[in-house]
Design a protein around this ligand. Structure first.
Ligand SMILES: [Zn+2]
Length: 464
């Protein structure tokens, strides 16, 4: 009895003598399993390996051993994980990923979604609230942010991205995960993949965000902005920063340096659909009247005044380059600050202060020798208005069939026409011209000088 050994043959256990075993070994391939303390006939029975030791099929099935793709042998079930994406088992030592929501495991090749420190599988991600809001559906509000003692100029940007590699939601989430202050959010935009929108912040606050460390570094290689060709960088500034005088100066600066701004914008076309620079104006023809009165609204213009509380600089092409991005913010900041200053003479170079702006402008060979002399233009504007007022006061005009006189009331010219009421000559309001719509001379509006008021009065026997 002492020399009986455990033997596995045709998938069944039995005990046989050592002599018998040795006989069988001449005919069959029989191997000893340390784990089972059993001789296994590999020619007649099913078997497997676990860590270089043999297992009988009985043990594999009764004690739940599972075949693992990584170790290429059987492992105890509690030492295995099932990979949902490949439909395979691997050992616990394998490099796998886990969904923090459902707890399922995935191979290292699987693209997990990531948000707020957690990883998600496709199925769980589908069920989550989207990171990217629908267009204009962000409802948490905008709150101006500044560091201590700063100017009340706030700038909010919209940076559009496109050609996203992989999933937009994941990219947005991975960026926003690094946004410690909640400065950014994302919105859908029908013309591009989506856009990052910032809270209104002062320039210093934006700089202090160190966007390069988490925003642009995260986007790098995962999407396009400049290279997509379709993307823009829009900068909003608060209208409340400007008074009327500052607004006029702002518009004049923009008009005077239109060509330079176009070059700075990196746009390829002057009349690009989402940022039309409108008419080209010779620098010597820029007047305050023209500049302040050329108002454009909506998505197709380079400078949009349509929003209730912001002016929007729409001309920059999108960029994923931190230095270019900051140079753009600096330029907008500088233009606004100079507009609200009392500086008389403005040069292109005087708009380039900061850490990035001048270097960027120089790198693109943007130079301008012309000086914008605002006080001269303002003087000319005053004289122009004085002359207009004088002309209206002294003259009678003919407009279609009407004999008219005009006066300035607030910011409109009101025209009255003469008409006969019985025997009496009376005046009736006939037309308005908004001063902001006024072109250089009244003839462009159909008002031609007929004679002086005095002459008309004499003609009518002093009746007028
Ligand atoms: Zn999941």
């Amino acid at each position: 009895m002492d020399n009986l050994v455990k033997y596995y043959d045709h998938n069944e256990f039995s005990f046989i003598s050592m002599e018998k075993l040795e006989e069988l070994e001449d005919e069959y391939y029989i191997q000893y399993s340390t784990f089972e303390d059993c001789y296994i006939n590999k020619d007649t029975s099913a078997y497997g390996y676990c860590d270089n030791d043999l297992l009988t099929n009985d043990t594999i099935e009764s004690e739940n051993y599972i075949y693992c793709e990584d170790t290429e042998d059987y492992q105890p079930e509690n030492y295995t994980v099932y990979l949902t994406d490949t439909d395979e088992y691997v050992s616990r030592d394998y490099d796998f990923q886990k969904c923090d929501e459902c707890g399922d495991y995935f191979s290292s090749d699987y693209d997990m979604h990531y948000r707020d420190g957690n990883y998600y599988c496709d199925a769980c991600w589908e069920d989550m609230e989207p990171v990217i809001y629908d267009y204009h559906k962000y409802e948490d509000g905008y709150y101006p942010r500044s560091l201590a003692r700063e100017s009340p100029l706030f700038m909010g940007f919209e940076l559009e991205v496109d050609n996203v590699r992989g999933d937009c939601e994941s990219l947005a989430a991975s960026v926003l995960d690094g946004d410690m202050d909640g400065t950014l959010h994302c919105e859908e935009d029908c013309t591009v993949a989506f856009e990052f929108i910032s809270q209104p912040c002062t320039l210093e606050y934006h700089k202090n965000q160190h966007y390069n460390d988490w925003f642009f570094s995260e986007l790098d290689g995962k999407c396009q902005s400049h290279d997509a060709g379709t993307c823009g960088l829009h900068v909003h500034v608060n209208k409340s920063f400007f008074d009327d005088h500052g607004y006029n100066r702002l518009k004049t600066i923009l008009f005077f340096f239109k060509e330079e701004l176009f070059q700075f914008s990196r746009r390829q076309r002057w009349d690009y659909g989402y940022s039309d620079f409108n008419e080209r104006i010779d620098k010597k023809d820029v007047t305050i009247q023209k500049a302040k009165n050329s108002k454009h609204y909506g998505h197709s213009t380079w400078f949009n005044e349509n929003n209730s509380s912001t002016y929007e600089f729409r001309f920059f092409r999108g960029t994923l380059k931190y230095e270019t991005f900051m140079a753009s913010l600096e330029l907008v900041h500088n233009i606004c600050m100079v507009a609200m200053s009392s500086t008389d003479v403005i040069t292109w170079d005087s708009l380039l202060d900061g850490d990035y702006c001048r270097e960027y402008s120089n790198s693109r060979d943007i130079y301008c020798d012309n000086e914008l002399n605002l006080s001269t233009l303002e003087e000319e504007d005053r004289e122009y208005m004085k002359a207009l007022e004088k002309s209206l006061k002294e003259n009678v005009f003919i407009n279609r069939n009407y004999v008219s006189i005009g006066e300035i009331v607030d910011d409109t010219i009101v025209f009255y026409c003469l008409y006969n009421d019985g025997d009496e000559l009376k005046l009736r309001k006939q037309n308005y011209i908004d001063l902001s719509d006024l072109s250089e001379n009244l003839e462009d509006h159909g008002y031609y000088r007929l004679c002086s008021r005095k002459e008309l009065s004499n003609l009518l026997g002093g009746a007028f």
